[in-house]
Design a protein around this ligand. Structure first.
Ligand code: SAM
Length: 384
């Protein structure tokens, strides 16, 4: 990474203590923000620690042995997470994604999964509970997680080539061990399994077709491979627009190699555009967070490791729900505070970044990070 790494300003303390409204309307599952977007998806970061040091997420130069991760006492307990999740579900959340950092580093995560799986949507349906992981601990954990009620899993894997992958994770972790984790998850019934590859131009774009070929041949429709555009999250990865490979290019490469046909999205607010292989050997997706922003139907909220609510992946401040949990407020008060926060939401960072790039002084042309806005919080802390 060398010179492009920007030193870390600690934004973990940038949070407002939420206001409790005078009228405590019970949640109806019908929240709508200022742009008319509902709340359906909650991503919960269970740890800010990770055993990988991917340069685009937690570069070694910043997250070194001196870096102070959150102390255990700062983290939400499983009971606190479950209590908040229940309130979010009452507000209309259908899907919970556990993430981090590396969520499988949080001890006894299956206990949290078991607690969350007892929750139901307002109309009595089970929740869609999933997890995003680098796969390094899946061989050990997959069965226990499935037994506890986890339904699906998303595994991050940025290359098929072992040398490239070891360089990207920057801790010399081999591809074979992630593949073993994927197989363990499939055996445990965590299907359909998604694999996410972040594409960085000049680093791993040569891996798009080989990884797709491997997944098609070995797993067929059991695995959906998705290609994520390298995003300007956080403030430490030295992001440059010229390292983003537009998803349109990924689709062109895959179409040329295998033949693709567009699919309808599964549900509103879905991040990936879906494609099927014309020979029937499964499906792929592209997540075009940079070149085709999907803010207009973003129904996701993020709960940080220490209980701050973030309304956008690119936010620079959160809302301190832990202060309410530990300040003696009851469920009705906390639910009303969440309702108020969501009602005032108007974040649409990626759309605004897109319109800046269209201008003459664009990031695309200057090679600088797109926004002169306040520093954004790091992704491993609010959850990917
Ligand atoms: N440790 C877990 C993992 O590796 O999946 C979960 C956390 S990680 C922050 C979640 C996802 O965010 C991963 O798929 C990772 O590759 C992706 N990610 C991290 N930084 C990114 C960036 N700058 N642009 C695009 N995706 C990124």
């Amino acid at each position: 990474m060398g010179e492009s790494v920007i030193s870390l300003a600690d934004l973990r303390y940038a949070a407002r203590v939420p206001q409790i409204p005078a009228d405590l309307h019970p949640p109806q599952g019908l929240l709508s923000d200022r742009l008319g977007r509902p709340l359906r998806d909650l991503r919960i970061s269970v740890t800010d620690r990770c055993n990988f040091r991917c340069s685009y997420c937690m570069p070694k130069e910043v997250f070194d042995s001196q870096y102070k991760f959150l102390p255990q006492s700062s983290l939400l307990s499983f009971e606190e997470i479950t209590r908040l999740a229940k309130l979010f579900v009452a507000h209309g959340v259908h899907k919970l994604r556990l993430t981090g950092g590396e969520p499988l580093l949080r001890k006894h995560l299956e206990v949290l999964v078991a607690q969350l799986s007892e929750l139901q949507t307002a109309d009595g349906q089970p929740l869609d509970i999933t997890l995003t992981t680098n796969g390094s601990l899946l061989t050990r954990k997959a069965q226990a997680l499935a037994d506890a009620g986890l339904k699906r899993v998303t595994v991050s894997l940025d290359a098929l080539d072992d040398t490239i992958f070891r360089q990207m994770n920057d801790v010399d972790f081999p591809v074979a061990d992630v593949m073993a984790g994927i197989e363990a998850a499939l055996r445990a019934g965590l299907q359909p399994l998604k694999v996410n590859m972040v594409v960085k131009r000049g680093t791993n774009e040569g891996q798009i077709v080989p990884l797709a070929r491997h997944m098609r041949e070995h797993f067929g429709a059991q695995v959906v491979l998705r290609f994520i555009e390298y995003m300007d999250v956080g403030a430490t990865n030295g992001w440059r627009m010229d390292e983003v490979l537009p998803s349109a290019e990924v689709v062109r490469l895959l179409d040329e190699a295998f033949g693709l046909q567009a699919l309808q999205s599964n549900q509103p607010g879905e991040t990936a555009q879906r494609w099927r292989y014309t020979d029937g050997k499964g499906e792929v997706g592209v997540i075009s967070s940079v070149t085709k922003a999907f803010c207009s139907d973003c129904n996701r909220a993020r709960l940080s490791t220490e209980g701050k609510l973030f309304l956008c992946l690119f936010a620079s401040a959160g809302h301190d729900l832990r202060a309410l949990l530990r300040g003696g407020y009851d469920d009705a008060q906390i639910a009303a505070a969440i309702g108020l926060i969501w009602g005032e939401r108007e974040d649409r960072y990626s759309e605004l970044r897109g319109s800046q790039q269209a201008g003459p002084q664009s990031a695309q042309h200057s090679g600088k990070a797109a926004s002169a806005a306040p520093r954004k919080v790091e992704m491993h802390y609010i959850g990917g």
